[in-house]
Design a binder for this molecule. Sequence first.
Ligand code: WT7
Length: 652
Amino acid sequence: MSQDIFYPDRELFKNSPIPDMESYRKLVKEFEDDYEGTWAKFAREKIDWFKPFDSILDESNAPFYKWFSGGELNVAHQCIDRHLSTKKNKAAIIFEGDNGDQRILTYRELAYEVNKTANMFKNEFGVKKGDRVVIYMPMIPESAIVMLACAKIGAIHSVVFGGFSADALRDRIIDANAKLIVTADGAFRKGRPYMLKPVVDKALESGCDSVEKVCIVERNGEDIDWIAGRDYSYNELIKHQSSKCEAEPMEAEEPLFLLYTSGSTGKPKGVQHSQAGYILWAQMTMEWVFDIQDNDTYWCTADIGWITGHTYIVYGPLASGATTVMFEGVPTFPDAGRCWRMVEEYQINQFYTAPTAIRLLHKMGEDEPKKYDLSSLRVLGTVGEPIDPPAWKWYYEVVGGSRCPIVDTYWQTETGGHMISPIPSATPIKPSSATFPLPGIMGEVIEKDGTPTPIGEKGYMCFTKPWPSMIRTIWNDPERFKKSYFGDCKKDGKPVYFSGDGAMVDEDGYITITGRTDDVINVSGHRIGTAEIEASIKKHPNVASVAVVGKPHEIKGEGIFAYIVLKDAPKSDEVADDLETMKEINQIIKSDIGAIALCDGMAFVPDLPKTRSGKIMRRILRSIIKGEKITQDISTLEDPTIVSKIEEIVRG
Ligand code: WT7
């Protein structure tokens, strides 16, 4: 199938901003000829500035790049208020709950709710511009409202995914020095209530001195503890707020939000995004990559706790004045037809999800999509990991009726928005390739010294010029920012942004992402650092050392596998104890990080393959779990016989 090329159906894309490859190439060239001028043109056209910017790109303090300095805007105004003159009665958010409950908020209603919430934050909780607000919420409209309310008053939000544990939440609260926590009692999943507020209570038990107030949205109505003077009901306070609120003028480079993501050390990184550059690219990619048109209904199935939820459920769609669908629950409840039923019911035009969800839905309901009318669909999207050919084929043929282009969007928390992706109206698509960098994005596959990697060989996926929506810094850790992204690759002697991914270019210039080159694994499209999991496993009193690697997984893409050396190495007749220890270890991971980091497998081994200087050879461990032949030279190991011993344990 990899030889097949799929061309867009012109009939489906009549009003597209980039209607064909010729326009794509023209735009790419425009950026090449006048990089700053072209960005400035889009910035002026797309953003409703309160005050125009005085400079376009400021590289004087590289890699701390600045875009559109001196300009003033407000992201909530850009996403809501500026649409009120033309789209006040248009649906902004369509919500469907796990129980099938529905809500529609028009742009006018969204404006009222955001303004009331913003006033609540200011007047009841004393939140000021620059203060950090941690949001630990389920998938309900209030989550978007709370994010936008922060944007309206210039508070910096940090959304923590609702699947993270109390300890993980606490670390993020402390790192951001948050003043206010916004949460919900809980929500619903698979027909049953689950809880969030008790996790916040536990997180706040120690070390979170900066937190003054907790604001609780009612969703599942279950009983929760209330701490007088600290905990406040959103639903009560909102009744008394004015629905008018002036948008705080924000300088282009002031932080809009933090979002923590895993790196190759044990400590998550607080990725800091800007106001203007971020919202500009969120809006532009919504228009280019999803071809969003005025009457469209767009649905991204991500969770707002990840960057996809930020950029492509909340900020991008609303900045473009679109109708965005939000859903609570899981794609497989009440049955594997939930997504397809929703596509039919809401007449979804763009559907954006992750390969892991596609594989799951394919497995659970091969013919399920055929039961529904999916003819409204025009663009299908995927994100988070490479999409494998069987999943691609099913998505294209059965879901899209061999009619809809699949936009395989490659990007990261740090890039803010799409980087490499087909443009559905223009790009001939090769399955399993994210195709070409978007216009304005200087994506290159290079060697560490900047020379282009030969065709068909694996190189480093780099971005050789700064772009507006890029990460600005790591909160509290500018040195780590420099080292993590600008420490590995150079072009013309100048450090360039390295994504951490390997990639390959084919003879037609199509880029295929080959996966992480660092110790980060991609579980169900989410990044988890092996070091974080290892640090957690080491907390078990009987663990002497551990190495965690990714293991191919049918649904998740990659699963988590741990090689563990116990302090009292078990004898062969103590298998039952092993199971007990495994359970204990997974329990520690669950309370340290959350269920997403649970190990799919563990092996208790006598030792790890180490070099004489003590470095663990993870590559060997990866080969063993994949069942690959070991090609590495093992003679340099401290104890070369360990490799066959581990192989026997894992394979036997
Ligand atoms: C990592 C970023 C971007 C939102 C979701 C994940 C991998 C992402 C693709 C794709 C191949 C992909 C990369 C990247 N990735 N999209 N289309 N094809 N790999 O965000 O948690 O920041 O993870 O996801 O490895 O570095 P994230």
